[in-house]
Design a protein around this ligand. Structure first.
Ligand SMILES: Nc1nc2c(ncn2[C@@H]2O[C@H](COP(=O)(O)OP(=O)(O)OP(=O)(O)O)[C@@H](O)[C@H]2O)c(=O)[nH]1
Ligand SMILES: [Mg+2]
Length: 197
């Protein structure tokens, strides 16, 4: 899909700020710094609509992006950022649960993991949560440009095993640098989300 229109609707720090609309939502979840905001920018051909940072913990609110007036991308704050207080983690937990558990517009949660790393406990918890509510899960292995081409399959199969992916699920390698995997991701979304296109 070629996105020509995308805009930030709201950065929500609590659930009263979640926008009211009827468009389907696709949310991006994963560890802090894994590349959620970068993935959103790559998908919509924008350099920096979603703010990114080399420092983990950049996105701390839930950010809603209207795409072509057809659906919303929802950029979630990352988990597993060690340098935050317990109070911060509790607030994060409440915000993200408030979104994931009750959001009627939510059609897909895309889980991101770093292709270089073993799956962490939080990744597994998030995968189990998503697969409980959704028939098939899509996992994106990010930063594919950081490993040798010859190592890609090995890393993908480590992730598959670590998350215990079901045969119904899809695992896509992706790079925000080279845009590899972008078309495959769009095809998945077009086939799995009721977009008003
Ligand atoms: N080489 C490379 N770097 C990437 C890729 N994707 C993201 N990055 C870099 O990784 C860092 C984190 O990217 P973000 O998109 O901000 O990560 P995030 O998951 O939104 O992080 P939080 O908002 O903190 O949860 C930035 O420095 C990005 O430039 C990729 O595919 N390849
Ligand atoms: Mg972010």
């Amino acid at each position: 899909m070629d996105v020509t229109k995308s805009e930030l609707v709201i950065t929500a720090g609590n659930k009263n700020q979640f926008p009211e609309h009827d468009l389907p939502e696709i949310a991006f979840a994963g560890k802090s710094n894994v590349g959620k905001s970068s993935l959103i920018n790559a998908l919509i051909n924008r350099k920096a609509l979603a703010r990114t940072s080399s420092q983990p913990g950049k996105t701390q609110t839930i950010n809603f992006y209207n795409i072509q007036d057809a659906f919303m991308f929802v950029d979630l704050p990352g988990y597993g950022y060690a340098k935050v207080s317990k109070e911060h983690r509790d607030r994060w937990g409440q915000l993200i649960e408030g979104y994931l558990q009750n959001r009627s517009q939510l059609q897909k949660v895309i889980l991101l993991v770093d292709i270089r790393h073993e799956v962490g406990a939080n990744d597994k918890i998030m995968y189990d949560w998503i697969s409980h509510y959704h028939h098939n899960v899509i996992v994106v292995a990010t930063k594919m440009d950081k490993i040798k081409r010859s190592q890609i399959q090995k890393h993908l199969s480590i992730i598959k095993k670590g998350l215990e992916l079901s045969p119904k699920d899809t695992l896509v390698g992706f790079s925000a640098e080279t845009k590899q995997g972008k078309d495959e991701l769009w095809t998945f979304m077009e086939n799995n989300v009721n977009m008003e296109l």
